[in-house]
Design a protein around this ligand. Sequence first.
Ligand code: SF4
Length: 167
Amino acid sequence: MERILVSACLLGSKVRYNGSYRLNDHPVLSRWQSEGRIVQICPEVAAGFSTPRPPAEIQGSGDGHAVLRGGGRVIERTGGDVTALYREAGQLALDLARETGCRFAVLTDGSPSCGSSFIYDGSFSGSRISGRGTTTALLEENGIRVFSEDQIDELDDLLTRSDPNVA
Ligand code: SF4
């Protein structure tokens, strides 16, 4: 059975920077939970960030892939450089995915860690750019396919076609 790494905030954990969650009530998530497929993690909290914490964005030219190559930084709105902790967050997510055999992930879009189709542009003005967060980038570079919360049906269809354990 395919197991799926899922952002903890999508499952109702109050782990976002502002202490909120992004509970997603998609019925497929509930089914995956009852099937025992879900492995949840908040990469930032796993790396030691507290909740609440200052918002952070990726700065420099590029996205999470650039941060992994040393070409970008993750900076808190208060000015702190948290690049190293963001790299660690991604590594912890990758370690967990490997330990539990996850080849797929559903992560919260827009996050500097978990974003997959967009992130924010580093200006803290609410401007979006296309790109990956740091955790998503590391997972992808290690062969784990990352879907956003808007692509749950797409991943479910993929599993249904390839996994005989899906009803
Ligand atoms: Fe949610 Fe990911 Fe941010 Fe944690 S790091 S709060 S799981 S989006």
